[in-house]
Design a protein around this ligand. Structure first.
Ligand SMILES: NC(=O)c1ccc[n+]([C@@H]2O[C@H](COP(=O)([O-])OP(=O)(O)OC[C@H]3O[C@@H](n4cnc5c(N)ncnc54)[C@H](O)[C@@H]3O)[C@@H](O)[C@H]2O)c1
Ligand SMILES: [Zn+2]
Length: 707
């Protein structure tokens, strides 16, 4: 390595990396609140390892490359681990795994322990992303639980661990006198989301990922809090094991490593499946401990790599986060030969998956307009490589989500991309927030068309109100308007709508009615004949029933039936356009939500312009009944309704009668003109018969109404 003038020396860089890593270790292990992604941390660690490899003289025992975790918090009692809890070597690339396998195979060959074909047998396991704990059972009862801490000394979390249902308080069957079980405590992603939701609702701290939530939950001073947290435990190893399993005298105190006891002693541990790691895990399971699921014995480097690929494929479907897989030489005698380095065993390695989370900068928040006018805030990110792709933006779903996550423009944010799931902003790194970070403000107007953006009460989504005008909504609006229940324009299919909009020939609904057969014939897949047919269909559609036209406008919450009722009630587009809330609420089935939506729609000048343009283009809606004509039709006649009509409700029938100038009464008398009887009609029908009053069914009433 050549050093240029002005560059920091290796010693300085090592120093700098060590202090950064120490700071991150503290945040991660002690505060359960990391401020950088694991991938970023791993990069710092790799940089330090590389520098130390080049300058072995600069390695000190207190370097983070030589130690595990962080010292335990004074708030907990300390527990000294009888057998240290180590970390694992990390590998990201196939070549690293090939090198690992070769090292193992070579060492075992030298020791005369190679298998017949020279292939090493491994136990492959998932690497759960939680935190390591050690559970100590004496005479089969759980007596102590501890965190890993710095590997030698951990925190006493016995009362917290006792609240985990997956941890047996006493072992099944014949347990040894002392058994230390090592495993991982974790939280599922679903439980993590729910916990954060609840934390947020209470205004409490939210966790950045399930691992930190698990760690924070386990390292509580009040076990009642831990008890409420949905934590699980999986066993993947063991520490100290002492004493006979079957009857043998177990008073053989030893501080040797578990491995030494397992291999070195002829008696005392009779009955232990002491030859393989796989056998040990099965034995732990037989004692009632939840042994790590998904584990598998494999052979050779091919076996390792195909396990890695299989788990990588399954990763997204597992309820828990796994950040890689772990390979362990299966034969315990071989493990003993391979031994340990300062912070990790030499017989095992973690093969990590590409990071699903990364930190980057939130450059801005823009809004996108969907086909239905929904406005979605989108995070513009400094490009970041995560989950195997470079991510430059991520959805923030809606305004509430931005508030809930409290992400601000300028923040360092955690970005997650898991599997094929679209990238998402998990949250900000609050510690790294610059003073000038800005809150997101939902714009007042649509970035596409300039119409007002509104957020209806009780809805999470803001919308562009320029439904008839907005370019983002054009295709959707036209497709809807052409549909059978709306203007029923035969021959105006999806493909043609796309072409008409893309060529900018049709910008609004009104433009449709200016199309000529000559120009239509120029579009793809449009013959002369079909162009002429379409123009004829457009001509037919230019005198729609008013209800169909109102439905065709695509006003939110205004379905076919409501549109018909509006037409019946108001009689003209103009009247609907100018109706206030009180007037709208008079209409059957129109409540405040629908009324609000209609008012917002027509309040937008762009929409009114399009309606005006429609009328100017020759569209002439037909009113269902001119109130003036119909008003006389039933004038002076009194109706009584009884029973259930097949199609109309009592209210609907009443409205039809009233709007045709008739009266509706509750009781039958000689003055009654008609009794309209439906199914299950009762005494009123009988009375009508007695008095000789005319009786109608629904069809009869409709005929009378001229429908
Ligand atoms: N973001 C940060 O600021 C920050 C800070 C410190 C550490 N970290 C993260 O922590 C990692 C280092 O932590 P580490 O030293 O605990 O190493 P590690 O998490 O990479 O690997 C060792 C741990 O893996 C766990 N494990 C899961 N499944 C296992 C299995 N089947 N068998 C054996 N062990 C299994 C155990 O808890 C064990 O302690 C870094 O790679 C980084 O991802 C992040
Ligand atoms: Zn718009």
């Amino acid at each position: 390595m050549t050093k240029k003038e002005g560059e920091p020396s290796a010693a300085q860089r090592i120093d700098d990396l060590r202090s950064q890593i120490a700071e991150h270790n503290h945040r991660y292990y002690v505060e359960d609140a990391p401020s950088i992604s694991d991938a970023a941390y791993d990069r710092l660690m790799n940089a330090l390892q590389a520098l130390e490899a080049d300058h072995p003289d600069l390695i000190t025992p207190d370097s983070p490359t030589q130690r595990v975790g962080a010292a335990p918090l004074a708030a907990f009692d300390s527990v000294r681990h009888a057998v240290p809890m180590l970390s694992l070597g990390n590998a990201f690339h196939r070549e690293d795994i090939e090198a690992f396998d070769k090292r193992v195979a070579d060492t075992l060959r030298e020791a005369g322990m190679a298998g017949e074909d020279g292939e090493v047998e491994y136990m492959a396991e998932r690497k759960f992303d939680g935190l390591a704990v050690s559970l100590r059972y004496e005479q089969g009862s759980l007596v102590r639980a501890a965190t890993r801490g710095d590997g030698r000394t951990g925190e006493d979390i016995t009362s917290n661990i006792r609240t985990l249902r997956s941890v047996p308080l006493s072992l099944r069957g014949k347990a040894p006198e002392v058994l230390e079980v090592r495993g991982e405590v974790l939280m599922s992603r679903g439980d993590f989301e729910r916990l954060n939701e609840a934390q947020r609702a209470r205004g409490d701290k939210v966790f950045v990922n399930p691992r930190n939530a698990a760690a924070g939950s386990l390292r509580q001073l009040d076990p009642r809090i831990t008890a409420q947290r949905p934590l699980r435990f999986y066993a993947y190893g063991w520490g100290e094991i002492l004493g006979a399993v079957r009857g043998a005298k177990g008073d053989r105190p030893s501080t040797d490593t578990a491995q030494a006891q397992l291999f070195g002693q002829e008696d005392g541990l009779a009955g232990l499946p002491r030859d393989t790691h796989a056998g040990m895990l099965d034995w732990l399971a037989s004692l009632g401990l939840p042994a790590s699921p998904g584990r598998k014995a494999v052979r050779g480097v091919q076996g390792l790599l195909s396990y890695y690929d299989a788990q990588g494929g399954e990763r997204g479907r597992l309820p828990f986060d796994i950040d890689g897989v772990v390979y362990k030489v299966n034969a315990l005698a071989a493990q003993a030969v391979l031994g340990f380095v300062s912070r990790a065993p030499r017989f095992a390695i973690a093969h990590k998956f590409p990071a699903q989370e990364e930190t980057t900068q939130l450059l801005g928040i823009e809004v996108q307009v969907g086909r239905t006018g929904a406005i979605t805030p989108v995070a513009r990110l400094k490009p970041v490589f995560v989950g195997g792709v470079t991510v430059t933006n991520a959805t923030l779903h809606n305004e509430d989500e931005v508030r809930r996550k409290d992400v601000r423009i300028g923040d360092t944010v955690i970005v997650r991309r898991a599997g094929d799931v679209i990238p998402e902003v998990v949250g900000p790194v609050v510690q790294a927030r610059p003073a000038d970070a800005k809150q997101f403000v939902m714009p007042d107007t649509c970035p596409i068309c300039g119409s007002a953006i509104e957020r209806p009460e009780d809805e999470a989504v803001s919308r562009c109100t320029g439904g008839l005008f907005c370019a983002a909504q054009r295709k959707q609006t036209l497709r809807h308007a052409a549909s059978r229940k709306a203007l029923d324009i035969e021959g105006l299919g999806e493909k043609l709508v796309d072409q008409l909009v893309d060529s900018e020939r049709v910008k609004t609904l009104a433009d449709l009615f200016t199309l000529t057969a000559e120009e239509l014939a120029l579009y793809d897949r449009m013959g002369r004949k079909s162009a002429e047919n379409l123009v004829a269909a457009l001509h037919d559609a230019s005198t729609p029933e008013l209800g169909r036209l109102l439905y065709a406008l695509g006003i939110r919450h205004v379905g076919e039936a409501t549109a018909r009722d509006l037409a019946l009630h108001f009689g003209s587009v103009d009247a609907v356009m100018h109706a206030d809330e009180a007037a709208l609420l008079q209409v059957n089935d129109v409540g405040p939500v629908v009324a609000g939506s209609i008012i917002r729609f027509f309040a937008e000048p762009h929409n009114r312009e399009v309606v005006a343009a429609l009328l100017a283009a020759g569209v002439q809606p037909r009113s269902p009944q001119r109130p003036s004509q119909a008003g006389v039709r039933l004038a002076g006649r009194t109706f009584v309704l009884t029973g259930t009509l097949p199609n109309w409700t009592r209210d609907e029938a009443t409205r039809h009668i009233l709007s045709a100038g008739g009266k509706v009464s509750g009781s039958v008398s000689r003055k009654t003109s008609y009794v309209v009887a439906g199914e299950d009609a009762g005494s009123k029908l009988a009375k009508a018969r007695d008095l000789g009053v005319a009786i109608l069914d629904e069809d009869g009433l409709k005929a009378l109404l001229g429908q």
